[in-house]
Design a protein around this ligand. Sequence first.
Ligand SMILES: Nc1ncnc2c1ncn2[C@@H]1O[C@H](COP(=O)(O)OP(=O)(O)OP(=O)(O)O)[C@@H](O)[C@H]1O
Ligand SMILES: [Mg+2]
Length: 381
Amino acid sequence: MEGQAERRSERLAKKQRVEAPEEAAAAEAVVAEAPAAEGQVAQAQEEEERGDEPGITRLERLCAPTAHQGAGLSKADLNALIDHGIHCVESIAFMPLRKLQDVKGIGEQKAQKIMAAARQLVPMRMVSAAEMLQMRRNMIQLTTGSTQLDRILGGGVETGCITEIFGEFRCGKTQLCHTLCVACQLPIENGGGESKALYIDTEGTFRPERLVSIAERYGLNEEDVLENVTYARAYNAEHQEKLLAEVGGVFCESRYALLVVDSATSLFRTDYIGRNELAERQQALNRFLRKLQGIANEHGVAVVITNQVQASPAGGPAAFMGPQVTPIGGHVISHASQTRLFFRKGKGETRVCKIYDSPNLPEGEAMFAIGTGGIQDAEKQ
Ligand SMILES: Nc1ncnc2c1ncn2[C@@H]1O[C@H](COP(=O)(O)OP(=O)(O)OP(=O)(O)O)[C@@H](O)[C@H]1O
Ligand SMILES: [Mg+2]
């Protein structure tokens, strides 16, 4: 994750350089001086750019010889990796070595060579706390649409980790997911990530019309906004898990800042019924959540998942929340998400968000509202 933050800030620096007119002119002059090499320069620049995108270090880089940071892979090796659901070098750098040996045609020695190259291309070095603080300051946070909500979140939804939103029906979980899909396309200085969003819908409640209204609120072009949101409907828990393998591929093709799973738990609840299937359900849910965490690490995206609540026995751990409810999924989900937000209905049409668990935020509460333009401050209503 540290590597991602570092490279994201490098990418931003690069973007700023390109925006500086004198430098751009100088770069054009260099190309003009050597017209024969123009294609090569452009290609090299493109490759360099690609290499700098968070989560997009192309697998082809591993075809280079060992002396050039590669692993001397053949086309057949590359295809075997892709068939195995590995689409970029980041996926390799973050996986255990023994998993790499599950790929067809990759034995122990080759796996070690590939891993060594991957770890060189995607450095996962130790950093000092001071460096880590700097990286966290450079981290992109996505605005929720409500300044009050952003305030208690310390800026917005964090990229590179999992945020869970749980609460009863109609409390705004799906509306926040829609708002984030548009917000992540905003310029970084306006609380966005200048990137695309991917939405996995398990309940059939995704509505592109909502994206159009939210785009209007932010003054964004509605066609671009719609084009930048990739949608996938999951029909059962197994399908939901399989989709994640495809997500890795999609994230390697283009720059994404957000992955939504709305809801993460509902299909597991309907596909595994009764006490005798509970252990199996929790195992499957755990596997799914671990894959999500892998995606957050590898691609540096914000992963936002929603979750329902169920009645908890009186005096249970969630009794302080008011209505006696507790999130679905037990310990499996509570350990998977870094930040957990509890949404509930407030007075009138308002909604309240409480930080239920976070490694760095105090237990704050904020009021917000749902409007035509998505999540917004309650006062505006
Ligand atoms: N265009 C709109 N303008 C204003 N409010 C809207 C609009 N569309 C939906 N809402 C409000 O959003 C609320 C529903 O929120 P949402 O769908 O996010 O709930 P949820 O928490 O996802 O519930 P569930 O658990 O059932 O999925 C409703 O109160 C509805 O009135
Ligand atoms: Mg919903």
